[in-house]
Design a protein. Structure first.
Length: 121
């Protein structure tokens, strides 16, 4: 369905301790000691999320752009897996967002109220 889809490989690494998941060109490296959970099927959601990043044109220049990139990876992972990330990856970054939603929104508002409008996109 997606004409620009790139096939790639997934590598599960143990012992690096420096990242949870990293797209490299069309491949993924998943740091299992950071990402592994006791919940069965945790890897499916994480691999789907991280693999979306291999298809994105990444921009780390703006908080909003990075947030959209991460949110779209979450959305597509949940859509493909037909399972909420909160269900398949409990106590992870998604739960942090829900538990701290009000404070996060306040930081966004503060950050963007002091930034020039040209940096929003």
């Amino acid at each position: 369905m997606y004409s620009e889809f790139k096939d790639g490989d997934v590598y599960f690494a143990i012992g690096l301790g420096v990242f949870g998941g990293r797209p490299t060109a069309k491949n993924l490296i998943i740091g299992c000691e950071i990402m592994a959970k006791d919940t069965p099927g945790w890897a499916v959601s994480i691999v789907l999320h991280k693999y979306v990043h291999t298809l994105q044109k990444m921009s780390f220049n703006a908080l909003l752009a990075h947030s959209i990139s991460e949110g779209s990876a979450d959305f597509i992972a949940e859509l493909v897996n037909q399972k909420s990330l909160r269900e398949s990856y409990p106590q992870g970054y998604i739960d942090f967002g829900y538990q701290n939603e009000e404070a996060i929104w306040e930081k966004y508002k503060k950050f963007y109220s002091i930034q020039p409008k040209r940096q929003l996109l």
